[in-house]
Design a protein around this ligand. Structure first.
Ligand code: HEC
Ligand code: HEC
Ligand code: HEC
Ligand code: HEC
Ligand code: HEC
Ligand code: HEC
Length: 432
């Protein structure tokens, strides 16, 4: 064995360890901006190449994905309708805008091209989009042109993006949280580095035998000897240090994620069901689908049969609607991804809040009627529940149950009866 090396290993190791940790530290510091920008890059990619052909391609992308993507590809590929690559070259804008708003009218007007593709696509009717403005339509084709040119090159990144989206659905940690976690990590790493430097320097001192205190007691000598043995063996030393670092890392990550809760969580759903369309534009009442809100604890997610009340007739040909049919035929429920989820230790009841309390859905869930994809807007932490119970007055109107309580409360206090006053802060009300 290389004893000569060991001789001055005390001093060397001190430096080599600090170097290792310095390297880790710097690597971490460097990775912060990269990781953060990696998170943003998906959003940036959508926005980056906005100005193409006079339309807002970023806005166009959203419109395209929400309205056209189920029937059209941006390439030459045929889906339900023809691939849209080059469509803006084939037609002038006037034709395109007329077509998108009402393709049947263009066909009926006898436009030869329209009649030709209509027949070519076995008279499949394209949906009309009368609400799209000229700018919207320009945006859509700006996006199509851009995506069509980018398509071959973008093939690989596109795969990456879906993987990222998949990861998102699972973890659901918003990018803010990610930054916090990373910053926390760096701070912890600095602390660990400091502690380790102290330990290492103490250990090297101990090896040098500079510790006069070692003779203080039997225990201390034995302890010192063991330390010496351990500290002399670099393999054991580095292994311990690494285990320590990894444990701290893991603990920090775990901690940070449970603190971060799931605010902002908006997983991709198996069917691109839009609340904006159903609850917003078509003003379907929340209770129509979430039948439990007035009656019980759970709001309920509607079964496929409720969808069929309308989709037995409406838009049967859409591939997204076909998924509802498949689910019913196979007798398998649609596997919606759950968004809001309290831990089992907490009890929450919808009817208590919606029916008795008169609290609007939007107070807790945000403007659902504007969401294309459902998103958790509130933190759902204990602090959030309690905060509202402190601030909110009880809805005592037309509720005889509260008459006596209100009288009693009024005789003791000038303030209105709050949820906190009727036991809304008692542990047992929310915890089994
Ligand atoms: C329900 C399926 C469906 C949807 C949704 C749909 N289309 Fe179409 N589209 C078709 C079909 C089918 C055709 C072929 C003509 C026909 O059969 O009417 C077509 C034809 C076209 C054409 C002519 C293509 C060419 O090669 O000249 C354009 C342009 C077009 N659609 C644009 C759009 C845009 C933009 C949207 C979204 C705002 C959209 N479509 C949404 C089904 C659809
Ligand atoms: C046409 C039926 C329908 C209507 C109307 C409707 N929803 Fe939904 N809602 C669904 C479906 C289906 C899901 C599950 C899929 C999803 O998350 O998008 C859902 C999911 C939700 C969720 C998330 C559930 C979870 O997993 O945590 C909330 C919150 C919600 N809806 C609130 C509302 C509110 C508030 C309204 C009224 C403004 C409303 N919904 C109207 C069908 C409907
Ligand atoms: C009260 C009627 C009603 C109910 C119930 C309903 N929808 Fe719809 N849905 C509509 C209408 C109206 C449209 C818009 C159709 C159009 O664009 O022409 C629509 C559109 C859709 C679309 C977009 C289809 C496309 O290709 O553009 C999807 C997806 C959809 N609904 C899914 C569902 C699901 C899933 C359920 C059950 C949870 C459901 N709907 C329940 C009325 C309803
Ligand atoms: C006081 C706050 C609050 C109000 C008001 C409220 N919700 Fe919720 N909602 C929650 C919480 C908290 C959860 C999570 C419950 C759980 O995980 O047990 C939830 C979950 C849901 C879910 C998922 C399924 C379930 O029941 O767990 C749906 C759907 C839903 N809410 C719809 C609605 C609708 C529709 C309304 C209005 C009629 C509404 N909520 C009003 C707080 C609220
Ligand atoms: C937007 C305000 C708001 C939020 C957020 C809220 N609550 Fe409430 N809560 C109320 C109101 C208002 C009442 C009173 C209802 C009534 O009149 O009985 C209430 C009553 C209750 C009660 C019954 C209390 C009693 O003494 O009868 C329980 C239990 C409860 N809430 C649990 C929760 C839990 C758990 C959460 C968080 C997941 C939560 N609440 C979040 C407004 C809120
Ligand atoms: C208004 C409802 C409400 C009341 C009152 C309430 N809690 Fe909670 N508590 C919750 C909810 C909701 C959670 C879950 C929140 C989360 O996951 O962050 C929770 C979580 C907890 C947790 C677990 C924390 C964790 O990190 O997982 C403990 C412990 C707890 N509560 C203790 C108490 C005690 C003790 C009281 C009485 C002084 C109390 N709670 C009163 C709603 C309530």
């Amino acid at each position: 064995m290389n004893i000569p090396f060991r001789k001055d290993a005390k001093f060397c190791s001190f430096f080599s360890y600090s170097k290792t940790f310095l390297a880790i530290f710097i690597a971490l510091l460097l990775s912060v901006p990269t990781l953060v920008s990696a998170q943003d890059s998906t959003a940036a990619a959508a926005g980056a190449a906005a100005p193409a052909g006079g339309g807002d391609a970023a806005k166009g992308e959203t419109l395209f994905k929400n309205n056209c993507a189920q029937c059209h590809a941006v390439t030459d590929e045929r889906v339900v309708g023809p691939g849209l690559k080059g469509a803006s070259g084939r037609h002038d804008f006037a034709w395109l805008s007329k077509w998108v708003r009402n393709s049947q009218a263009v066909i009926a007007s006898g436009d030869p091209y329209a009649v030709k593709i209509y027949n070519e696509y076995s008279k499949a009717q394209m949906t009309s989009f009368p609400n799209l403005s000229d700018d919207d339509i320009k945006g859509i084709f700006a996006y199509v042109d851009q995506a069509a040119t980018a398509a071959p090159a973008a093939a690989a990144p596109a795969g990456g993006a879906t993987a990222a989206a998949g990861g998102d659905a699972k973890g659901g940690a918003p990018s803010d949280l990610f930054v916090i976690v990373l910053v926390a990590l760096v701070v912890v790493m600095v602390l660990v580095l400091g502690v380790l430097l102290v330990i290492v320097s103490l250990l090297s001192k101990a090896v040098k035998g500079e510790t006069a205190e070692a003779s203080e007691s039997d225990f201390m000598t034995r302890f010192g000897n063991t330390l010496k043995k351990i500290s002399v063996d670099p393999a054991i030393r580095s292994a311990t240090l690494w285990i320590f670092v990894l444990l701290v890392l893991k603990a920090t990550l775990d901690g940070a994620y449970s603190v971060g809760v799931q605010q902002g969580y908006a997983p991709k759903q198996p069917i691109s069901f839009s609340h904006k369309l159903h609850a917003g534009e078509y003003k379907i009442d929340c209770n129509y689908c979430h039948t439990g809100v007035n009656r019980g604890k759970s709001a309920h997610i509607p079964s496929a049969n409720i969808c069929m009340n309308c989709h037995g007739v409406i838009k049967k040909e859409s591939p997204e609607i076909q998924k509802i049919y498949t689910s019913i035929e196979n007798n398998q429920p649609i596997e919606w991804v759950r968004v809001h989820n309290l831990p089992d230790l907490a009890y929450f009841n919808h009817a208590q809040h919606v029916n008795v309390g008169g609290v609007e859905c939007q107070n807790c869930h945000g403007e659902v009627e504007k969401m294309e994809v459902i998103q958790q807007r509130s933190s759902l932490t204990m602090g959030w529940c309690i905060d509202c119970h402190r601030k909110t007055e009880v809805n005592t109107k037309d509720n005889q149950y509260y008459d006596k309580l209100v009288q009693l409360h009024a005789s003791e206090s000038n303030e209105a009866l709050k949820v906190a006053d009727i036991g809304g802060l008692e542990c047992s009300k929310c915890h089994y």
